[in-house]
Design a protein around this ligand. Sequence first.
Ligand SMILES: Cc1cc2nc3c(=O)[nH]c(=O)nc-3n(C[C@H](O)[C@H](O)[C@H](O)COP(=O)(O)O)c2cc1C
Length: 196
Amino acid sequence: MAPRVLVFYGSYRSDRMGIRLAYYVMAGLTARGGEAEVIDAKAVGLPILDRMYKEYPRGAAPVALEALAMKVRAADAFIFVTGEYNWGMQPGLKNLTDHFLEEWFWRPAAIASYSAGRLAGARANLVWHGTLSEMGMVVISSTITVGPIADTLTADGKPIGEAGRFLDQAFPRFIDDLFWWAEAAKLQRARKAPPY
Ligand SMILES: Cc1cc2nc3c(=O)[nH]c(=O)nc-3n(C[C@H](O)[C@H](O)[C@H](O)COP(=O)(O)O)c2cc1C
């Protein structure tokens, strides 16, 4: 069965650029046999964290939170498309992820970072690695770094020129690595119920 992958993206800016990478990842995942959905934090529109999902009594969580919890639980793997603000994370994406904890457990996650410059969000990429790990995901070593994003992808996520070619070359290994871990984690969850 095709691995179900959620692609998270978290910029709230009117002129946001990272959505290009989310589109690219989504198209590439589908082309390699995955079942993919972009979770756009701005569209989901969760408020700044008050209660985590698990802190609501069963059935009492806000509709958007409940719907997202179900999607996270049903997913086999996650990709976090992460931009960089002042060497750190984008707050919209961090806010969304902080609403959950156990829902993330026992699944692999991959990071695809980007920025306006040549460092391609590398510093945010590094910080996300530790955070996703703390949230109970297995963060795979393969990663994608895209920068400058405006020179690499068109507005609808199509690769441009040499930078786009490099991205196309790196992408299959990135996804195949994620799919391998998604299958391994799924088999193990089926073989032995997670301890908590
Ligand atoms: C508040 C802010 C801080 C930024 N800080 C960094 C930074 O530390 N490093 C970097 O490479 N680019 C930085 N940039 C430029 C972003 O990489 C660029 O604007 C990118 O398109 C942001 O992602 P988004 O368009 O999806 O919101 C910053 C941009 C903003 C708006």
